[in-house]
Design a binder for this molecule. Structure first.
Ligand SMILES: NC(=O)c1ccc[n+]([C@@H]2O[C@H](COP(=O)([O-])OP(=O)(O)OC[C@H]3O[C@@H](n4cnc5c(N)ncnc54)[C@H](OP(=O)(O)O)[C@@H]3O)[C@@H](O)[C@H]2O)c1
Length: 273
């Protein structure tokens, strides 16, 4: 039934996978969407969007690769326009803190006629285990661009729980839910906690952004991801996000997960071995 069907865009990704599972466990009717889903959805092929949104009541949107990229605002505008014209009721957008591109996309959603939520998140802890920092941790040497700021890294499990609350609790509608982890940490502190948990040495090497990008591109990093790394390390990690929020406690009635808890749980999975 249309009233019950919730679409998850990016359903195999870090947050989408968790949101999908949690909704299924609660007995919600869900439609997984990504390039590889039964009904395929591709941000780069707008012909796939209409079948993906047919009969959908609510939709959780993760944009790929990141709302910071220049084409994101146009894509989100076109997606929102289509959702409105197809009778979608509610859209929850995953956004990033302190990114101009993300803020532009947020405004598109907020100014639409849809019911909406923005879940505006800090850096994911899972970037160390499910993304571009995984290989470095496995190899025992993580190379990153030089940066100054501390970051309130958040566990993606907490983001997924807030997204599910936004999708299923009417009283949360039409709000920006800004979510962070409980403490400000440096990348070096995260690496130290991880090394301690694994009981082995992990070296953190920071290099000028130019050398980092040269090395990464030589190893095959796609140009759009290289652009994104530059944007995040140079323009976003400048101190603007050095604060925490209590949104997790307020919405979920429990504390946000610490990096130590995340590292302990992740070490136990064996992914860093
Ligand atoms: N990482 C962070 O620290 C951070 C912090 C704040 C906000 N964010 C936001 O998080 C969002 C990403 O969410 P996520 O981390 O949950 O996802 P993710 O792990 O990056 O997963 C990407 C998902 O998108 C799908 N995908 C890849 N290319 C696609 C395409 N061209 N069209 C349609 N789907 C595509 C993938 O599945 P298939 O391969 O099957 O298509 C997968 O399901 C970004 O918009 C970013 O702004 C990230």
């Amino acid at each position: 039934m249309k009233q019950d069907l919730i679409a998850v865009v990016g359903a195999t990704g870090k947050t989408g996978r968790r949101v999908l599972t949690s909704l299924q466990e609660q007995g919600c009717q869900v439609r997984a969407l990504s390039r590889t889903s039964k009904i395929p959805f591709d941000w780069e092929n707008r012909e796939t969007w209409k079948p993906a949104l047919t009969d959908i009541h609510s939709v959780y949107v993760t944009y790929y690769p990141d709302l910071a990229v220049p084409e994101a605002q146009n894509d989100i505008q076109a997606f929102v326009d289509l959702a409105q014209s197809m009778g979608v009721n509610h859209l929850v957008l995953l956004s990033g803190r302190g990114e101009q591109g993300a803020q532009n996309a947020e405004q598109v959603v907020i100014n639409s006629t849809l019911e909406w939520n923005i879940v505006r998140a800090s850096w994911f802890m899972q970037n160390f285990s499910e993304s571009f920092m995984l290989e470095g941790i496995q190899a025992g040497q993580l190379v990153l661009p030089e940066h100054m700021a501390l970051e309130p890294f958040i566990d993606v499990d907490d983001i997924a729980d807030v997204v599910v609350a936004a999708l299923t609790r009417d009283e949360l509608r039409n709000q920006v839910l800004e979510v962070t982890g409980p403490e400000l940490l440096s990348f070096a502190q995260c690496v130290d906690v991880t090394a301690e948990m694994l009981q082995r040495d992990i070296q953190l090497l920071t290099v000028p952004i130019e050398s980092y990008l040269e090395g990464a591109e030589a190893q095959g990093m796609p140009a759009d991801i290289a652009w994104l790394i530059n944007e995040l390390f140079v323009n976003v990690l400048d101190g603007r996000n050095e604060s925490t929020t209590n949104t997790i406690e307020t919405i979920l009635q429990r504390p946000a997960k610490t990096f130590k808890d995340y590292a302990q749980d992740t070490a136990a999975t064996g992914v860093w071995s």
